[in-house]
Design a protein around this ligand. Structure first.
Ligand code: HEC
Ligand code: HEC
Length: 103
């Protein structure tokens, strides 16, 4: 098989696309919400409607934790306990977009 210039362009394009994917996924390093006594209220709120492990598969597949319900607790408590944010912390609405809950 002959690899001509157009093939090389195509290969280069794939390399770039794969590189971008790797670059983006590598950025997912935001700290998880610790699953400890402090954060129990948030976990309980998020998973209060969680289907039982033996629920039908479709029910479990479409289940989403109640993130908005859990987020109402985050900021007030962090403020009260004086948990520091890093100096360049992004806008703080919707904590759970960035800080994932542990499953
Ligand atoms: C009842 C108080 C309380 C609530 C509610 C709370 N936090 Fe926290 N959080 C803390 C305290 C205190 C710490 C300091 C470390 C620790 O004790 O876990 C902390 C630490 C953290 C950390 C840093 C963890 C680390 O590894 O350093 C993150 C991220 C975090 N909280 C996110 C959240 C999010 C998101 C929510 C809402 C879904 C939330 N917290 C709700 C008290 C709270
Ligand atoms: C747009 C994304 C984003 C949102 C929304 C967000 N954070 Fe963060 N948060 C970050 C990033 C990025 C860092 C710094 C990297 C890290 O330590 O995870 C950080 C760091 C933190 C830390 C310090 C973790 C440590 O121990 O170094 C805490 C605590 C925290 N965030 C709490 C919150 C809370 C509470 C909310 C909601 C009120 C919130 N964050 C919303 C992105 C976000």
């Amino acid at each position: 098989m002959n690899i001509d210039k157009r093939d090389w362009m195509f290969i280069a394009l794939i390399v770039v696309v794969v590189g971008i994917f790797v670059g983006i996924s590598g950025k997912e390093k935001t700290k998880l919400v610790p699953n400890n006594a402090m954060h129990k209220a948030s976990y309980d709120a998020a998973f209060k409607d969680a289907p039982a492990p033996d629920a039908p598969i479709m029910k479990r597949a479409f289940y989403k934790p109640d993130k908005k319900g859990a987020e109402v607790f985050c900021e007030p408590c962090h403020k009260e306990k004086g948990v520091p944010y890093p100096p360049n912390h992004p806008a703080k609405n919707r904590c759970l977009f960035c800080h994932k809950l542990k499953q």
